[in-house]
Unconditional design. Structure first.
Length: 273
């Protein structure tokens, strides 16, 4: 058996990373993990002020670097803008983390058509668009790791999904759950198509984490959530940051087309209800 360096298994130092929706919530948790481990991380969000504030906060932590790249990723032109800016600043992109998204809860009778369209666009279509526009930089990163016909350290696409895209949720989030289920399948499709080019695609299907987006739901049903989670707690920043670091590091180089449920066992517990 070939020897390997155990101490480098989770090394992401100097990797170039883009985290969409990286100024708050799960995106910020992930960005923090990469920066604390020496990566160069671009973060995007609709709010320029939020991007700048988060970048300043994370740069103070170091040792990696955080660069704000504000954009409204619901707009096709803004996705193109992000890709164009990155192309002028970086020769490669090692890790693309598609985290930007939105949620909407409403009754079946009253669910707005515009809300359904908004969520499908941002949570699904723009993930495809962003991936498509950044393929040249991802391919360039993959090429650097090519050894003959194989890729020692492929470029990574990490899509942030949800357990609501796997099991029917207990609340009425029709567009959100549908968009995340579609995202999971898109991620697998991309993994199969891009794997031979040295780009892997995986999904982290998150359970409940305390964020601004989930604040309203958790306020109403937090006890129900935690009672269905065997570990009896919500997700922590280190849970999602650690999973993303694993997928982006040499330890996760052979993972492709996977959907990792990060929910403390909530889904397997729900099957007993």
């Amino acid at each position: 058996m070939n020897s390997f360096q155990v101490e480098n298994l989770f090394n992401v130092k100097d990797k170039v990373v883009l985290v969409t929706g990286g100024s708050r919530g799960i995106g910020k948790m992930i960005a923090t993990g990469f920066i604390r481990n020496g990566a160069k991380v671009y973060i995007s969000s609709r709010s320029a002020n939020s991007c700048e504030e988060t970048a300043a906060e994370l740069n103070a932590l170091g040792p990696g670097k955080c660069i704000p790249l504000p954009a409204n990723l619901a707009q096709y032109e803004e996705v193109e803008h992000v890709a164009n800016v990155l192309a002028t600043k970086e020769p490669v992109l090692h890790v693309l983390i598609n985290n930007a998204g939105a949620a909407w809860g409403d009754s079946l009778d009253d669910f707005p058509d515009a809300a359904f369209s908004k969520l499908l666009t941002l949570n699904l279509q723009r993930v495809f668009t962003m991936t498509q526009k950044l393929l040249p930089l991802l391919r360039a990163a993959a090429a650097l790791s090519k050894d003959g016909d194989t890729y020692a350290d492929p470029a990574r696409i990490i899509n942030i999904g949800s357990v609501e895209g796997i099991a029917v949720p207990i609340h009425e989030t029709y567009a959100y759950s549908a968009s995340k289920a579609a995202l999971h399948h898109l991620s697998r499709h991309l993994g199969g198509r891009l794997g031979p080019e040295g780009i892997v695609s995986n999904t982290i299907a998150c359970g409940p984490f305390p964020t601004k987006m989930t604040a309203h739901s958790l306020e109403a049903v937090k006890d129900i959530f935690t009672s269905t989670i065997p570990l009896r707690r919500l997700g922590k920043p280190e849970d999602v940051a650690g999973t993303a670091l694993f997928l982006a590091s040499p330890a996760g180089a052979f993972v492709n087309g996977a959907t990792i449920t990060l929910d403390g066992g909530m889904l397997v517990s729900m099957t007993k209800l």
